[in-house]
Design a protein around this ligand. Sequence first.
Ligand code: FES
Length: 100
Amino acid sequence: MCALDELPPGSMRLVPAGLETIGVFNCNGTLYAIEDRCSHDDGPLAEGEWEPESCVVVCPRHGSRFDLETGIPMSLPAFEAVRVFPVSVRDGMVVVEVDE
Ligand code: FES
């Protein structure tokens, strides 16, 4: 997907996965992958502001906050979880496992 060197702590990269786009975050050295589509109204979730100190992303459309680890919304208007994906590092490359 991308080299780990290109995803230092505090950064995010968008990666294509079939018809979807996934945001991969490096939050304090832990990698999280979350779908780039909000469960409320399809906002580009992974492209919102995010909080590296708490591993939370804020939907740029209506402001729901989501836990990057679980995809569970922490504030309205969203109330359904978004998909999250396992992430690993192989030979210095970040790999996201997507089950279509
Ligand atoms: S589209 Fe994300 S909170 Fe509405």
